[in-house]
Design a protein around this ligand. Structure first.
Ligand code: SF4
Length: 426
């Protein structure tokens, strides 16, 4: 029997798809490279944004019409099984927490049954991790989180925090390094909540992970600043390791305290800026990435102004901007919504400011020499990450070509708002 796994969404979902593939292979089900040749399609879905959900439901309806056997998992299985049933009534549905049962569900589905397994049981599925020897290894740390952000649908998909075993994660990291991985991406709904339900935390985990021998770098995934104050000193210490990318992804979401309060984000703008300043002063060359939601229902003109001021004040190296949009279970969807026109205007204005700011930040790097780990290649260039997890592009026309998985010294000769351009050599 052959299964094709189709993945939508974040690094965490990509990591989960690898665990699902391992669970299937362990049970003798082969994974293949296309939906056409598969006996069953396993769709690992995302529910963060309406646009992604629409793409998924369009695809589901299409495959259902063609009579394809479907098993739908991921965040829509956990939060929106009703929507899946509407577009693909014959599809089986199973939450990712039921990974151990997926081989039997797949077999039953191929032989004509429809199975629905929607419990969010607390499973430690890191045990299904099996390194593939790929340059980048994605390691999931936990399911769910400890927050209840008012705009978030993922919370309904993944539920409350269930941290996977620390030793299981450390083993997965060590296996990956021994099998040739050079970049380890630690991923979760909120890496900042990792271990709080098990008497440890992300700083402790990073410290232990960085003690593993080998030539690699570890990236800590998105971290809600809510818990950061509990272990910031330890985290700053752990980030000093040469094995840790000098990088943190700390979503601020808004520069207004009244909006943060309505979002149920448990920090103030001043507290966030204070922590960002301290991290910058104590971790040399740290790259800070942030997320901002524009057009949140109670965001006034002056709230938006406050967001612009906060961004201009702490000048994040990377800012991801999202337009607020209703999600089926998120409480903010029941608030009076702002007109789309206002949301679009604010998004354009902030994008313009962020582009200019990032271009200025990156332009300061021109002329610098950096160590870069090369992780991807396309027709025009070989791309990689500096030790501060900066995106570095080596155009093939301009330079000797570094090998994927290699680390090399480069000199930065140009920049844009999204990347640094380099050639090999010091
Ligand atoms: S931390 Fe907030 S935004 Fe992130 S998954 Fe949890 S509830 Fe959603």
């Amino acid at each position: 029997m052959k299964a094709f796994i189709e993945t939508y969404g974040c690094t965490f979902n990509q990591a989960d798809s690898e665990l699902i593939a391992n669970a299937l292979q362990k049970d003798g089900i082969e994974t293949c490279g296309s939906a056409e040749e598969a006996d069953i399609i396993i769709m690992n879905t995302c529910t963060v944004k309406g646009a992604t959900q629409n793409r998924i439901t369009y695809r589901l309806a299409n495959l259902e019409r063609k009579g394809k056997k479907l098993l739908v998992t991921g965040c829509m299985a956990g939060a929106n099984s009703d929507i899946i049933e509407k577009f693909a009534p014959s599809a089986s549905i199973a939450t990712t927490q039921n990974i151990a049962s997926m081989p039997s569900i797949a077999r039953n589905t191929v032989s004509g049954s429809r199975v629905a397994m929607l419990e969010k049981r607390k499973s430690d599925r890191i045990g299904f991790y099996n390194p593939k020897g790929s340059v980048i290894a994605k390691i999931p740390l936990s399911d769910g989180c400890l927050s209840s952000c008012s705009f978030c649908e993922t919370k309904f998909a993944r539920g409350s925090l269930n941290s996977f075993s620390e030793q299981g994660i450390l083993n997965a990291i060590a296996y990956s390094i021994r099998n040739g991985s050079k970049e380890i991406e630690l991923t979760a709904q909120d890496t900042g909540a990792y271990g709080i339900d098990k008497g440890t935390n992300i700083a402790e985990l990073l410290k232990k992970a960085c003690a593993i021998d080998g030539d690699y770098r570890i990236r800590v995934g998105m971290l809600n600043p809510e818990h950061l104050h509990k272990y910031m000193g330890e985290l700053i210490e752990a980030l000093q390791s040469e094995h840790a990318y000098k990088f943190l992804h700390l979503p601020l979401q808004s520069g207004s305290d009244s909006v943060l309060e309505s979002m149920r984000r448990a920090y103030t703008v001043e507290k966030y800026l204070e922590m960002a300043r301290e991290i910058r002063s104590r971790v040399k060359g740290i790259t800070i990435e942030t997320d901002i939601i524009v057009g949140y229902p109670n965001e006034t003109d002056s709230d938006f102004e406050a967001t612009i001021n906060a961004i201009n004040e702490f000048r994040p190296d990377v800012t991801n901007i999202s337009k607020f949009a209703r999600r089926p279970h998120a409480s903010a969807s029941r608030m009076k919504q702002l007109p789309n026109e206002t949301i679009n205007e604010r998004s354009s204005e902030l994008s313009r400011i962020v582009r200019a700011l990032q271009a200025e930040n990156n332009a300061k790097k021109v002329g610098e020499t950096m160590q870069v780990l090369f992780t991807e290649e396309n027709n025009a260039s070989v791309n990689g990450r500096s030790d501060s997890y900066r995106q570095v592009v080596v155009p093939k026309r301009d330079s000797e070509i570094p090998a994927i998985g290699s680390r090399a010294k480069v000199i930065i000769y140009n920049s844009t708002s999204n990347a640094l351009y380099a050639r090999l050599g010091a």
